[in-house]
Design a binder for this molecule. Structure first.
Ligand code: GAL
Length: 677
């Protein structure tokens, strides 16, 4: 199986069965528990388990000696009750013999400290030796399971870059030089020009002399150098994964392949995502410690994942409290685990696995709570998982083939924009953080909001927002023009279009490539470090009071025919244009000369043609999953009180299996899945 459809947030997954289950670690349990588990899990609705991602030491206990017995036995036992297996390449946790025999394969941090065996993710993706062993274990597993009908698909590795991305090992140094040689066509002059090495005497004469960049050793690195290093690191995990993918596909073309992201310095819209049949996501919403922010953060994370490659699988869903090292997250209260799971499904999951089957009694995650507790006594989490299992068994399959539809799109997830910001942030929030903030404003206002990468289709959107994408790619322009010409409202945040794709400043006046479409230029700009000491504010068109700004200001110069939709009212900017509005075809472009912070964006809403949210209630999230023929409206109450909500379109509520129309009462943590007539 290989998903030929281009990456798009509107791409359904190729799954034909809604996956429900958990991670499962037979290596943590004795024989009696292993024997009893399949029936226990099946009774709670499991149809799948994921295994093997940290068990390299068991599968290859000695170099070249393979032992699949534990997994063969577990896969067969699970299959006997109808639970199938997702297997993993175990490369996130190499066995001890590997680092004993090859100590040079470890990652090295920016201070030259060698990572070591004893936790996980210590081997370098750039080590040719480690890659050789990675291919070998992958080949052994692929060959062994190729004929096993109960292994349905694969996860590559586990959470690339989740603990450690910035590798400076000797293998990285040499691989970086070779990567640069290819990128700059073996012409070092091209590198010098692209990076502006004339600044601070950085000119290179040979690719092999280019170091990996290290900030603050002693001071700031060149931002173009830093961006290319990040591109190189992202390419590293993509090519490491590709080696495994090629082996797995050659062994059995019916297998699907996924990876459970999504962590730093990874480009899911590049080869990393394109090589997969779908992307998976590990969802731990309680890492947000502030309960009031959890619902909007969770929605944003899910929307971001969907923006990479379409519908996804939640490969790990937090089922209980979790802790490692010095933290221990809140315990989801009764009903919360189910609500979190349904939120994932509403926002595009075509499968969901709880983390994990049972809390392990040992190891760094001995307090990472599973569906069952250490003592193996089924309690409320097991009962809640069983309810969820029964629900997805009835409703999950119906949702397959549908994708999430929404009115307001926010741009995020572009690797270049986001990684380009990091080395030279000037203390400003990165584009992804701003996208999250803007997404949150629309989410709380009850609008149907999602994330759309600027390269993706803008079909169906009424508003599209580009938040502060300094490294704007001019290739995105024609689609944006068409979107506006066809009636869309494009909102462009300050600084967009001010830099090129090497991370250098454009010679053109900002917003650079967007000038024609925006019909305005930036005359002057500045940082607001202490807005309380030097307050700035603007008066928005139609408003009766001023809206304060923070972080950043721009004084705009509208072209002829461009209207002023906001005017600065304070200090030296008083009377100067702050927001412009340009009509284009049937739509408009609004350029905003400040940062779209939460407070500011809330003030901006009256300027935008916001489609009336259906059945609005501040605590009820409403998501539409649809295809050409079917519409499912999923309502989720993440508030503390029962909500009475107007049902936008009458239909049948599938969880309780009864008709609904008019008003629906949704208890706290309540979920309704309505198939609209
Ligand atoms: C995930 C990871 C799991 C486990 C879990 C709980 O990020 O994939 O292996 O560590 O977090 O910490």
């Amino acid at each position: 199986m290989s998903n030929p459809a281009p990456l798009s947030h509107l791409r359904p997954s190729p799954l034909r069965e809604f996956l429900f289950g958990s991670a499962y670690y037979p290596e943590h349990w004795d024989a009696a528990i292993r024997e009893a588990d399949p029936a226990l899990l099946r009774a709670a609705g499991w149809n799948v388990v994921r295994m093997g991602e940290f068990a390299w030491d068991l599968i290859e206990p000695e170099e070249g000696k393979f032992d699949f017995r534990l997994f063969d036995e577990t896969i067969a036992r699970m299959a006997a009750v109808g639970i199938r297996t997702i297997f993993c390449t175990p490369t996130a946790a190499p066995p001890r013999w590997l680092t004993v025999n090859h100590p040079g394969i470890v990652r090295v941090d920016a201070d030259g400290r060698l990572m070591q065996h004893g936790s996980r993710q210590h081997a370098s993706y750039f080590s040719p030796v480690f890659r050789e062993y990675s291919r070998r274990i992958t080949r052994a597993l692929a060959g062994h399971f190729a004929g096993n009908p109960h292994v349905i698909g694969w996860q590559t590795d586990n959470e690339f870059h989740c603990h450690f991305a910035f590798d400076h090992s000797p293998d990285v140094q040499s691989a970086f030089a070779e990567w640069l040689r290819v990128r700059f066509e073996n012409d070092i002059a091209k590198l010098n020009a692209a990076w502006g090495t004339a600044f601070w005497s950085q000119t290179y004469v040979r690719f092999e002399d280019v170091p990996t960049p290290r900030d603050h050793r002693p001071t700031w690195a060149n931002p173009a150098h830093a961006l290319d290093y990040r591109r190189f690191l992202a390419d590293g995990i993509a090519s490491f994964q590709r080696e495994q993918v090629e082996i797995l596909r050659a062994a059995n073309s019916a297998w699907w392949i996924t990876h459970n992201g999504c962590h730093e310095v990874s480009d899911y819209r590049g080869d990393l995502g394109r090589d997969l049949d779908f992307v998976s996501y590990d969802s731990y919403p309680f890492f947000e410690l502030e309960p009031a922010s959890r619902a909007s953060n969770h929605a944003f994370q899910l929307d971001l994942v969907r923006s990479y490659a379409g519908n996804f699988v939640v490969m790990e869903q937090q089922s209980g409290p979790g802790g490692q090292g010095d933290y221990f997250l809140d315990n989801p209260e009764p009903g919360e685990m189910r609500r979190l799971a349904w939120t994932g499904i509403a926002r595009g999951a075509d499968g969901l696995l709880l983390f994990r089957e049972r809390s392990c009694r040992f190891g760094a995650e001995e307090y990472w709570t599973g569906v069952l507790d250490h003592d193996n006594v089924p309690r409320r989490r097991y009962r809640e998982a069983s309810q969820l299992g029964a629900e997805v068994a009835r409703v999950g399959r119906e949702l397959l083939g549908t994708t999430v539809r929404f009115d307001v799109g926010v741009a995020a997830g572009d690797f270049t924009c986001e990684q380009g910001h990091a080395p030279l942030s000037h203390g400003l929030p990165d584009p992804r953080a701003m996208a999250k903030c803007i997404h949150g404003v629309f989410f709380r206002a009850g609008c149907a909001v999602g994330i759309v990468h600027p390269e993706d289709t803008l079909e169906g959107l009424k508003i599209y927002i580009l938040p502060h994408l300094a490294l704007f790619n001019p290739a995105w322009l024609p689609a944006l023009e068409n979107f506006v010409a066809a009636g869309g409202t494009l909102v462009v945040g300050a600084r967009t279009g001010s830099k090129d794709l090497n991370n250098n400043v454009n010679p053109e006046t900002p917003p650079g490539a967007l000038r024609g479409l925006a019909g305005a230029t930036v005359e002057e700009y500045g940082r607001q470090n202490r807005p309380e000491a030097r307050p700035l504010a603007m008066r928005l068109e139609g408003a009766e009071s001023d809206t304060p700004t923070t972080l950043w200001y721009e004084q705009l110069a509208p072209d002829k025919g461009t209207l002023v939709a906001g005017t600065w009212t304070t200090r030296h900017l008083a009377g100067k244009p702050a927001i412009t509005r340009r009509a284009h075809g049937r739509g408009q472009v609004i350029y905003v000369g400040t940062y779209l912070t939460r407070e500011f964006t809330e003030g901006l809403l009256p300027l935008l043609p916001i489609p009336a949210p259906g059945g609005r209630s501040s605590s009820v999230e409403t998501v539409l999953r649809a295809d050409a023929n079917r519409r499912f409206r999923i309502l989720i109450n993440h508030g503390e009180d029962t909500a009475r909500i107007a049902v936008p379109v009458a239909g049948r509520e599938l969880l309780d299996d009864k008709p609904v129309s008019g008003t629906l009462a949704l208890a706290p943590n309540g979920v309704a899945v309505i198939r609209e007539r």
